[in-house]
Write a protein that binds this ligand. Sequence first.
Ligand code: KG4
Ligand code: ZN
Length: 335
Amino acid sequence: MNKNFLTLGIETSCDDTGVAILKNDREVVCEFLSSQIKDHSRFGGVIPEFAARKHLENLLPLVDAALKESGIKPSELNLIAVTRGPGLMGSLIVGVQTAKALSQVWNVPLIGVNHLEGHLFAPLVEAADLEPPFLSLIVSGGHTEIIKVNSFGDYEILGQTRDDAAGEAYDKAARILGLKYPGGPEIDKLAKSGNSHAFSFPIPLKSTDKIEFSFSGLKTALLWQVKKFQDSNSELPISDLCASFQRAVTEALIAKLNLAVKITGIKKISASGGVSANSALRDALSKNKNFRAWLPKINRCTDNAVMVAMAGRNSFKRNQNFSSEIIADPSLHAL
Ligand code: KG4
Ligand code: ZN
């Protein structure tokens, strides 16, 4: 009899198919990710119908691979944790229905995970020393929010974006600059050889005393700047534009984290979601004197199944009265 608690995590909320097995609270036994970036980048963004079909093709082979690599039998699993929302409806349904079928066939309990709670747990895989209360910055393609983690399961959203998410802003900026999807990593790469002070893009709401973000004006400011170069037939100083845009996003995020620390008195910050892979943000977070920051490993900033397994395992421990009657919910929000 295996005394370890084994969780199979499944993530299919957007365009990454993720499968992982977690031993006990945070020991990663194996993790697999099949990214569709190459498939979608030729369209300049995620095509929902196509993403769902790819999950269907990829998910069961990844589950098989995880069991094979780990040598774990389905009968040894203690829990299946699957993302139930928010995300793309078709993508979520593939994950949820597959997880339900496996749970019934294998007779393993099933738990639904909020994708945002998954992101919140990503830095905790390595950070056994990060205990609530702490502040969690979730910066992804769909979300930009600062959450006060009173205890695991007790979350307060202190503030969020009024319009675009930070990752969405990166993706739209990249499109304006003629770069490929997803835009964040492209801008990050080009920014390395650019001057971040070459352009001074507006940092909306930076000095208000509310915890809130707005990135849509920043994207428009970039568009006008690019148009000026195009109208005068001048070559785009692309690295400088990337570095300056990245500085503006980073400053907006750091300003509101500083404010959240001031308001709450909590000096422990975790950051997660795709944009937490950004090198300028990681640098600014780790050098900040007002707080200590915990970040996920680069490959666990973006969507993955380890974070889902960890959040599911934690939630299962807290709440034995959970329901396995899960339905995919694309607009699930409240944590
Ligand atoms: O967390 P994630 O994989 O998916 C969502 O839940 O949305 O985040 C994807 C987002 C994309 O918008 C992508 O451009 C952004 O994260 N991203 C980055 C970087 N890597 C990924 N943004 C800025 N810098 C990066 N290095
Ligand atoms: Zn995500």
